[in-house]
Design a protein around this ligand. Structure first.
Ligand code: ADP
Ligand code: MG
Length: 309
């Protein structure tokens, strides 16, 4: 029996932009907090501000409480580096971190931004926090900005550990790489919508992870339409449309048929994904609301809870 997705310490949430990754990350956070886990949802290099869904607009790069047991933070590599140097190297590190040339050189190193970002995620998940006044979290949910970037975050520590054969970077890199490879500590989830391109991207992500000795623990398929009309009802709807004269009736029947057609396309994509990732799909409903706020996140958390049991 695998460990429940929300009983790990780090959960990476990856996927194509716009599929609902941030909403699903927050809903997962809500659910974890409901289960009594002190949880932080970390937005990675994003300018969206998750706190806004909860009506907050506090300072970025700081841990902000959204509700009981639920926190958020924006992670920025430059900020993470300054913090790391401050904690690790004391006042000298702090001075170095503020030096433009040093910053420019460090940030120009390929993979360094990812390493610093994942280092911060890792730090948040440590039972003893390095930062001053840091209170430990039970779970860190990383809302990664895109599929490629998500993979980049996961690979960075191992890459650096391999390049630097010894010394602090090797040590830090391999420590983090070990926790990321530990499936009891770290989980990886993808978010997609039941459409061709996002499904293709999820399949590609799965293959890339497998090639790297990892795997997806779950795939949240977001914005699924309900199957409102059975197959037998389809000819009834089509027949009714042929005989309908009132414009309002015709419009309603057309809307019903078009939703049914979309649900069919979605079902095909869901089947395709289920074949590649059997038993790993979590279906989340399309929410008819002008925006995603606390009520919608609660509804997504409910749907997650039912299927993650
Ligand atoms: N289940 C859903 N039903 C309807 N709209 C959704 C759903 N999930 C997300 N959205 C909407 O889709 C848009 C993108 O969501 P967001 O969570 O910001 O995605 P991402 O982080 O992947 O870019 C937002 O406008 C959000 O309100
Ligand atoms: Mg987002």
């Amino acid at each position: 029996m695998p460990i429940h997705l929300l009983d790990r310490r780090i959960l990476f949430v990856t996927g194509k932009g716009g599929v609902g990754k941030s909403s699903v990350s927050l809903a997962l956070g809500l659910l974890a907090a409901r289960r009594g886990r002190r949880t932080i949802v970390a937005e990675v290099s994003s300018h969206e501000h998750l706190q806004r869904a909860f009506g907050h607009d506090g300072r970025r790069f700081e841990e902000v409480e959204l509700g009981p047991g639920l926190f958020t933070i924006s992670i920025d590599p430059e900020h993470a580096m300054e913090e790391y140097l401050r904690v690790k190297a004391g006042p000298i590190g702090q001075v170095l971190g503020h030096t433009r040339l040093f910053q420019a050189l460090t940030m120009a190193t390929p993979g360094m931004r990812e390493l610093l970002t994942v280092g911060k995620i890792w730090e948040l998940a440590q039972p003893e926090r390095r930062t001053r006044d840091g209170v430990p979290y039970d779970l860190v949910i990383a809302d990664a900005p895109s599929t490629g970037h998500g993979i980049g975050l996961i690979r960075a520590p191992r890459t650096f550990a391999e390049i630097a054969r010894m010394g602090p970077i090797h040590h830090q890199g391999s420590t983090i790489a070990k926790t990321l490879a530990d499936r009891e500590f770290t989980a990886i989830a993808a978010v997609c919508t039941p459409e061709e391109m996002p499904v293709n991207e999820t399949v590609a992500l799965h293959e890339e992870l497998v090639g790297y000795g990892l795997d997806l623990d779950a795939v949240a398929v977001n914005a699924c339409y309900a199957e409102r009309f059975a197959d037998a009802e389809l000819p009834v709807l089509t027949g009714a449309l042929a005989g309908a004269e009132l414009p309002r009736t015709r419009a309603a029947l057309r809307a019903a048929l078009s939703e049914r057609a979309r649900a069919d396309v979605q079902a095909q994509q869901l089947d395709r994904l289920e074949q590649v990732l059997p038993g790993k799909l979590i279906r989340l409903p399309f929410l008819f609301a002008p925006a995603i706020g606390p009520a919608q996140l609660d509804a997504l958390a409910d749907a997650l809870e039912d299927q993650l049991a």
